[in-house]
Design a protein around this ligand. Structure first.
Ligand SMILES: Cc1ncc(COP(=O)(O)O)c(C=O)c1O
Length: 394
């Protein structure tokens, strides 16, 4: 029962069933301790800490790149995927009079970045439709899904902003196939990878037709809070403009040149001001955690828990599942809230925690009120059984 030891890696609140790895993961104890240790070391001499930060950050970036089969010089660090998507979308010059597309299933904040880019640059903004019912997904192959997306591009489209794994339904987008089509048409593909790192295999060596990618590390990877990254295809690195300026905007100097192994792109994307670096330093420790447990075992456990939960929900609760079938789905399992509970809205999430100590997410799919369950490796089968018992009593 190797997975029971995985659960022992976390300091869990024994009173709470935490089924919302999709919003925020629980960080393993070893990583939390590492963050504190890095903070303490820094405070022994903050000046030395600050000046030494850039060479440490570069070492972390090299490890992170290796974790995702990327080149370190194609990445940049950010505190979360929202910041990364701001850098990618707002920083990319787009042709005059062109249009930016996003989809009806995007996370609202990221769709707003696309809309804001269009508004500030005088471009048009359009939302394309993706299927949103489990029934529609059941009849949809990856090829048909890509065709459906591509058929909604127009001659004016210059950028498509789309999630790798949809926040509401958990739909996985077949990125290599989609990217091949968008690249052929000269449309930049900007991917919101909030839910992909740490939940599905992510290898940048397989994604050469993708243009721009932002990822979160404080969701499924279980890294310390305040960690994310951006990735830019080498062919676009000279075109992207930084959305903030600082020490390394025009040239690099001591101590930032300790970071500047990737050249001009790295320099212009680098955050060169003072901050708490410890969540980034602790990426080393979460990568060690993944090496110790292995990606194969962690993924197996996540999807085993998901399948078990789905079958319990089917047998004992019977709510309508809006997530696609397992092959087309990431780590999120979403159900339409039944009619008699709909008037409660977000209040249902608060009540479940207050009354039953069950933490779930309310995650509407377009205008459909939904409840999202996202177990991760700290969960046990008993957690799932108890959660299903609670939901069936509502
Ligand atoms: C698809 C998607 N994009 C972006 C985000 C934003 O993540 P963060 O607040 O860490 O930037 C989320 C958060 O749930 C998300 O689900």
């Amino acid at each position: 029962m190797a997975h029971l030891n995985m659960r022992n890696e976390f300091d869990l609140d024994p009173n709470v069933i935490y089924l919302n790895g999709g919003s925020h993961s629980i960080v393993p104890r070893s990583v939390l301790e590492a963050v504190t240790r890095y903070q303490r070391e820094f405070e022994l001499n903050p000046t030395r800490g600050l000046f030494g930060a850039w060479s440490e950050l570069w070492k972390v970036q090299v490890k992170l790149a290796n974790f995702f089969s990327a080149r370190p010089e194609d990445l940049f660090l950010r505190a979360n995927v929202t910041e990364a998507m701001n850098s990618l979308i707002l920083g990319m010059p787009l042709p005059k009079h062109s249009e930016i597309l996003s989809t009806n299933l995007e996370y609202g904040a990221v769709a707003n970045i696309a809309r804001f880019k269009a508004a500030t640059d005088g471009l048009s903004y359009r939302i394309i439709e993706l299927p949103r019912t489990a029934k529609a997904y059941a009849q949809l192959s990856d090829t048909a899904l890509v065709e459906q997306i591509v058929s909604q591009l127009s001659d004016k489209t210059s950028m498509l902003v789309i999630s790798h794994v949809m926040t509401g339904t958990g739909l996985k987008i077949p990125l290599p196939q989609l990217a091949k089509e968008t690249r052929k048409r000269g449309v930049l593909l900007a991917v919101d990878g909030a839910h992909a790192p740490g939940s599905i295999p992510l290898r940048f060596s397989d994604l050469e037709d993708v243009d721009l990618y932002g990822g979160n590390l404080h969701k499924w990877v279980m890294a310390a809070k305040g960690t994310g990254f951006g990735w830019v295809a080498p062919r676009l690195q000279s075109s992207i403009k930084p959305i903030f300026a600082g020490w390394t905007t025009f040239d690099t100097r001591e101590p930032f040149n300790a970071f500047d192994r990737g050249g001009e792109f790295q320099a212009k994307m680098l955050f060169s001001s003072s901050r708490d670096f410890s969540p980034f330093y602790a990426l080393t420790d979460i990568i060690q955690f993944w090496e110790r447990w292995t990606e194969a075992k962690i993924f197996k456990r996540i999807y085993h828990l998901q399948a078990h939960l789905e079958s319990l929900m089917d047998q004992k609760v019977g709510w309508a599942c809006v997530s696609p079938p397992i092959a087309q789905r990431g780590p999120l399992l979403t159900y339409e809230v039944p009619k008699h509970l709909k008037p409660e809205g977000y209040g249902l999430m608060i009540r479940l925690l207050k009354q039953f100590s069950l933490q779930i997410a309310m995650s509407p799919v377009v205008d459909l009120p939904c409840l999202r369950l996202s177990p991760h490796i700290w969960n046990s089968e008993a957690d799932l059984e108890r959660a299903v018992e609670i939901l069936s009593s509502l």
